[in-house]
Design a protein around this ligand. Structure first.
Ligand SMILES: [Fe+2]
Ligand SMILES: [Fe+2]
Length: 290
C-alpha cells in the first residue's frame, strides 16, 4: 500500500474509528482500595503530569480539527479529542475517588495547533512506549487490585490506537505536501527530543534522586531492585504485543522501540559489574502485600 494514498488514509481512519469504545469513567467498576493500596497510589509521581497532559490534549486536537477541510480526517481528529478528554475525565475521577495528590495547572492557549499536535504525537509515542511497560510491571506486581488495571486497560488500548493513527496521519500529511515522511527536519527534531527523553528514562533507572524520569520512578513503586534492563525489556515486549494486532499495511511507531531494543542488546553484553543489582534479583516483581 502506498503511504499517503487515499487507500492508506481510508485504512488508518477506519482502523481508528473501529477501535472506539463507548463508556463513561464514572460508570466503570472502581474497586475499593485498602489503606496500603491507597498509600502506594498516593506515592506515584505522575498524577499532575497525567492530568495536565490529558486535559490539554482534547482542546488542542479539537482546535486543529476545526482547521481541517478533509471531512474524514477532521472527524477522526474530533474522535481522538473526545477520547483524550475522556482520559482527562477518567484521571480526574480517579484523583477525586481515591483522594490522590496533584497540582492543578492552568491550560495554555494553543497558538499553532498543527505544530502542537505533531509535537504531542511524538511525545505520545514515547510516553506510550514507557507507559505500556510500566503498566505491565505494575499489573504483574499484584500490588493493586486487578479492577484498577481493567479500567486503565481502556486507556492503554486507546493510546495504542492514537499512536498508530498519529504515525499514519503524519506520514499522510507529509506525503500530501510532497515531503518524505520521516526524513524531514521536523521529524528528525522530534525524534531527537525522543532520544533525549529516552536518555532520561535510562538515567532515571540508575538514579534514585528526585527528578528521575517518572516512568522509572513509577516502576520503582512496583519492582524491587529495579534495573534499566528490566524496564526496557517490559517496554519493548509490551510495545510489540500491543502493536501486533494492527493491520500490517499500516505504519507503527518504530524508532523509540528500536533504540530501546538496541540499548537492551548492549546491556545484555555488558560485564555484570554490579552482580547484586543485575538480572536475576532485578527480574522479580515485588511480592504482593498480604
Ligand atoms: Fe490520552
Ligand atoms: Fe492519546
Amino acid at each position: 500500500m502506498q503511504i499517503g494514498s487515499e487507500a492508506h488514509k481510508e485504512l488508518f481512519i477506519r482502523t481508528f474509528r473501529e477501535g472506539h469504545r463507548r463508556y463513561e469513567p464514572k460508570d466503570l467498576d472502581w474497586p475499593e482500595l485498602a489503606s496500603d493500596e491507597l498509600a502506594l497510589l498516593r506515592g506515584l509521581p505522575f498524577w499532575t503530569h497525567a492530568l495536565e497532559f490529558e486535559s490539554a490534549a482534547g482542546p488542542m486536537i479539537r482546535s486543529l480539527a476545526a482547521t481541517i477541510d478533509d471531512r474524514e480526517i477532521r472527524e477522526a481528529l474530533e474522535l481522538q479529542a473526545y477520547e483524550e478528554s475522556r482520559h482527562a475525565d477518567l484521571v480526574a475521577f480517579m484523583l477525586a475517588r481515591y483522594d490522590l495528590p496533584f497540582e492543578e495547572r492552568p491550560l495554555e492557549a494553543v497558538e499553532n495547533p498543527l505544530g502542537a499536535f505533531i509535537h504531542f504525537g511524538f511525545e505520545e509515542c514515547l510516553d506510550s512506549f514507557g507507559g505500556f511497560g510500566l503498566f505491565k510491571l505494575a499489573r504483574d506486581s499484584e500490588l493493586l487490585p486487578e479492577g484498577i488495571f481493567a479500567i486503565f486497560e481502556n486507556v492503554m488500548r486507546e493510546e495504542a490506537q492514537h499512536i498508530v493513527f498519529f504515525v499514519n496521519w503524519f506520514a499522510h500529511h507529509q506525503a500530501q505536501k510532497g515531503l518524505p515522511w520521516l526524513r524531514g527536519p521536523r521529524g528528525l527534531w522530534h525524534y531527537a527530543l525522543a532520544v533525549a527523553q529516552l536518555g532520561d528514562l535510562v538515567r532515571g533507572g540508575e538514579d534514585e534522586e528526585e527528578g528521575a524520569d517518572f516512568i522509572a520512578t513509577g516502576a520503582k513503586a512496583f519492582v524491587d531492585d529495579l534495573s534499566v534492563g528490566l524496564v526496557l525489556e517490559a517496554c519493548v515486549s509490551e510495545n510489540e504485543r500491543r502493536l501486533a494486532g494492527f493491520d500490517r499495511r499500516l505504519l507503527v511507531p518504530r524508532f523509540v522501540p528500536s533504540l530501546a531494543a538496541a540499548a537492551l542488546a548492549v546491556l545484555d553484553r555488558l560485564p555484570r559489574r554490579r552482580a547484586a543489582k543485575s538480572t536475576e534479583s532485578s527480574r522479580r516483581v515485588r511480592a504482593p502485600r498480604g
